[in-house]
Design a protein around this ligand. Sequence first.
Ligand code: URP
Ligand code: ZN
Ligand code: ZN
Ligand code: ZN
Length: 473
Amino acid sequence: RPRRCIVRGGEVVTAAGVVRSDVLVVDGVVAGLGSFEPGHDEVPADAEVIDAHGSYVLPGGVDFHTHLDSVFRGSIRTADDFASGTAAAVAGGTTTIVDFCRAEAGQSLADALADWRERVAAQRPWADYGAHMVLVQPDAETLEQLSGLPDLGVTSVKMYLAYPGQMMSDDEALLRAMQSAAESDMLVLVHAENGHAIKVLVGDALAAGHTEPDWHGKTRPPMTEAEAVMRASVLARLSGTRLYIVHVSSSEALAEIERARAAGTQIFAETCSHYLVFDESMLEGVPREIAARFVCSPPTRSLEDQTELWGALDSGPLDVLSSDHCPFALHGEKIVEGDFTHILNGLPGVEQRMAIAYQGVVDGHYTLARMVEIASSNPAKLAGLYPRKGEIAVGSDADLVILDPRQSSILSASTHHSAADYLPYEGMEVSGRVRQVLLRGETVFFDGAVLQNQRAGAYLHRSTPSHPLGETK
Ligand code: URP
Ligand code: ZN
Ligand code: ZN
Ligand code: ZN
């Protein structure tokens, strides 16, 4: 007999707007919107009822940019694996993540993905997950393998213009990869910072004796980001590929995205939660141990940049709000000692992203419908998962977040689900509280806790990103 449940009396929010409606869920899929009463119509008297009166019912969050169980600088692993990281995700109302797979030297992309899937499944995630394929200075043989990825459910690649000698690709490799991606209709994600310019600025700073963490920011000025956005845009246009700029942090970069879009480049862009909350002063005049908590790349910018990012989430050119969740333990891998270049780049945020997105609604930066668009629907579309994910419509997965706007939450490492030993947002009060989260119709988070027997996250076979942003089902 099919499993039926009704989420009753909530305000259902989608990118199209807000409507008071019950949601009927049958076997993990949304089967109806409207008014449903147990014992009537197709609803048996003993159907599970979830009371959502006074709350919003949102589509589960889709985080298009997380780094779980991920190795940096050869051997340093992120604090969260797919267990703690997806517990954090669902606790914050995110039911889908897209993380990163990278081949070892000599390994084929298909083998790398098979290994990745096996490793992730063994960690029994709480959320559904997909993978972007990371390419580092790919050779011709690797690029030939790209055409096989869409059949395996991977429809995007990620490349870096930063981190020379580690992750960086040169322009030739990027353009060739873009040409291959265009042939296979894949999306190309780019970390846009000019790695060589930054290397020179870092060298100069260290030679002048500047070792303090604020020099992390000072050696990565906005123009090094804007130049890389512009360069990636030009190469994207030459190749005809679709480009997605990750973690946009500055108004200079926003201007380049707008210009590229106006010129006809198929360019999409995200910002990340931390750029909306923190600014450059977090690194300045405080003990190393405090400053290290906020070290990420690109660095946190000025308050003016922050204001522009909020505006760009409302009216463009930003399409997506991601977390770039990349946590390192402060008393461990983050590396607080030594000069600023030793500090690992990356912040936790997968659990706080939806709360910060909702705070943007409360603070008047955009509507509730737009919040759903940037935090769920648009990333689902770009991931090739829409309308299965990022939507509440008949046929969508019943990934539902019940958010109570009458309550508030204090963000803190003492209550978060990440394994990171700190939270950059420590003590921040935000409006709203995530009361309950469903993944494909099953409750995975309720009343502050993840359900230990509901670790049913599954690999997502993603399609070609095809649904136009700005159009709903
Ligand atoms: O600082 C950041 N963004 N760390 C994560 C690694 C990356 O750059 O994507
Ligand atoms: Zn009620
Ligand atoms: Zn990056
Ligand atoms: Zn990242």
